[in-house]
Design a binder for this molecule. Structure first.
Ligand code: CP
Length: 307
């Protein structure tokens, strides 16, 4: 297993499959009365979050606790970061307290890479700026494989704000490694420069991409990243965005009967996805959150358990 998990591109097919298989074993634990394994007893996992999170932070905490690790939750808000302490000094402080692994979310792309060069323990990227979110891609792949039985040969359509999406980038890397075909669908203003070099097809037309999709993954419109640069320059209005790129009931009916709908959360209901679609039987959104615990247990177990 790898020492750090900074990018989904760090995972070759064998390692990624090992994580997914191990997550499948971890999932059985959730059905037991006592949901704990002693594997990481005496190890310390630090959750170092400089950016808000609901799903990722809580699922890493639950995952580490189910493996009997000690968990330190560190939030930049309310810490000495507000007095000007640097990431490096914060990291060295946490290392002095005996951190074996640091799970970091940071608004700056590349922060986990810097951290990995400063500390001895393992670093897991829990989302850095607009760059990557590798454990989200792993839990998404796990969910697809659980629902559809395979990953190789699947057609995964990823729709929306690709420009600001670390989830899209990590999914493209991992799905390509595991043999799925990816189509990115977005307005031209929400695609990054150089997207043509990604191992994915690109389309501006959602309706034409839906007919042979096995998975339709909707991305959150990242209002907080759009507002700084003038939202009007990306799309005219929420209503216009929904009309061209939103997933509603009519579009859901045009998807193949077996195809599933995914969203990493948090959602803007009524913008990129309607409430009816988000809550439909075709949606895996809540399942993805549950699978996140199993996948993060697998990552911690394989990275810290010495396998
Ligand atoms: N999908 C995801 O990263 O959600 P959070 O921001 O709530 O962690």
């Amino acid at each position: 297993m790898i020492t750090h998990l900074l990018s989904a591109a760090d995972l070759d097919a064998a390692t990624a499959t090992q994580v997914l298989d191990t997550a499948g074993e971890m999932a059985h634990l959730a059905d037991r009365e006592v949901k704990k394994l002693p594997t990481l007893r005496g190890r310390t996992v630090v959750n170092l979050f400089y950016e808000d999170s609901t799903r990722t932070r809580t699922s890493f905490e639950v995952a580490a606790k189910r493996l009997s690790a000690d968990v330190i939750n560190f939030s930049a808000k309310g810490s000495s970061v507000s007095k000007g302490e640097s990431l490096k000094d914060t990291a060295l402080t946490l290392q002095a307290m005996g951190a074996d692994a640091v799970v970091i979310r940071h608004e700056a792309s590349g922060a986990p890479h810097r951290l990995a060069s400063w500390i001895d323990g393992s670093v897991i990227n829990a989302g850095d700026g607009t760059h990557e979110h590798p454990t989200q891609a792993l839990l998404d792949a796990y969910t697809m494989r659980s629902r559809l039985g395979r990953l190789a040969g699947l057609h995964v359509v990823i729709v929306g704000d690709v420009l600001h999406s670390r989830v899209a980038r990590s999914n493209v890397h991992l799905l390509h490694t595991l043999g799925a075909k990816v189509t990115l669908v977005a307005p031209p203003t929400l695609l990054p420069v150089g997207v043509g070099a990604w191992p994915a097809a690109v389309s501006y037309d959602l309706d034409s991409a839906l007919s042979d999709a096995d998975v339709v993954m909707m991305l959150r419109v990242q209002r907080e990243r759009l507002s700084g640069s003038g939202r009007d320059s990306f799309f005219p209005s929420d209503r216009e965005y929904s009309r061209r790129y939103g997933l509603d009931d009519a579009r859901l009916r045009r998807m193949p009967g077996h195809a599933i709908v995914m969203h990493p959360g948090p959602m803007n209901r009524g913008v990129e996805i309607t409430a009816e679609v988000a809550d439909s039987a075709r949606s895996t959104i809540v399942e993805q959150v549950g699978n996140g615990v199993s996948v993060r247990m697998a990552v911690l177990y394989l990275m810290l358990g010495g396998l």
